[in-house]
Design a binder for this molecule. Structure first.
Ligand SMILES: [Zn+2]
Length: 177
């Protein structure tokens, strides 16, 4: 059974890389492994899952665990609404989000059924912004990995440190399928 897809939707219910990156940056403390002073004052740090280096979170790259090219093969329409979790930009689950996926597009609708807020997003953007497929990787590991899958790159197991797992742990949200 496919795992759930977690995306961050902007105010008009679009999903795009800028919104995802900004939301992660603005909620950096939720994803950090802790706080350290590397010489520029106390800041969030992350331990790179590829090389175990502790570095300031600001220096990390957002890596796609499964390379995007191989992650867009599934027709999202086949997964059904239950496989999507839509979060707002502060990572609150949008409980009223209604999802429909057809013909390469996904419609995300929130608000009341009479006054809905509707965003139409290309399926490729959903795959690209799926939080469970993202992790922090230092620049050295990221350029070494290139466009290979995390698993193929082979330094660790897939899903070692995806962002959404961290988010889930801290919010105790049931992600059972
Ligand atoms: Zn690294």
């Amino acid at each position: 059974m496919p795992r759930k897809i977690y995306v961050v939707a902007s105010g008009n219910n679009s999903v795009n890389w800028d919104t995802t990156k900004t939301a992660i940056k603005n909620n950096a403390a939720s994803f950090a492994d802790g706080f350290k002073d590397f010489g520029a004052g106390v800041e969030e740090y992350v331990t790179c899952p590829g090389c175990d280096r502790d570095l300031p979170l600001l220096l990390f790259h957002l890596d796609h665990i499964r390379a995007q090219a191989r992650y867009t093969q599934t027709n999202l329409g086949l997964l059904g609404q239950a496989h999507f979790v839509v979060l707002d930009t502060i990572f609150n689950r949008q409980t009223e989000a209604r999802i429909a996926a057809t013909g390469g597009y996904v419609t995300i609708e929130t608000g009341s059924k009479y006054y809905p807020k509707k965003g139409i997003v290309q399926s490729a953007e959903i795959w690209r912004n799926d939080l469970r497929n993202l992790q922090f990787l230092c620049s050295i590991c990221n350029s070494s990995k290139g466009d290979r899958d995390w698993e193929t790159w082979g330094k660790s197991e897939v899903d070692t440190r995806p962002l959404a797992r961290r988010w889930k742990e801290q919010n105790a949200v049931d992600m059972a399928m």
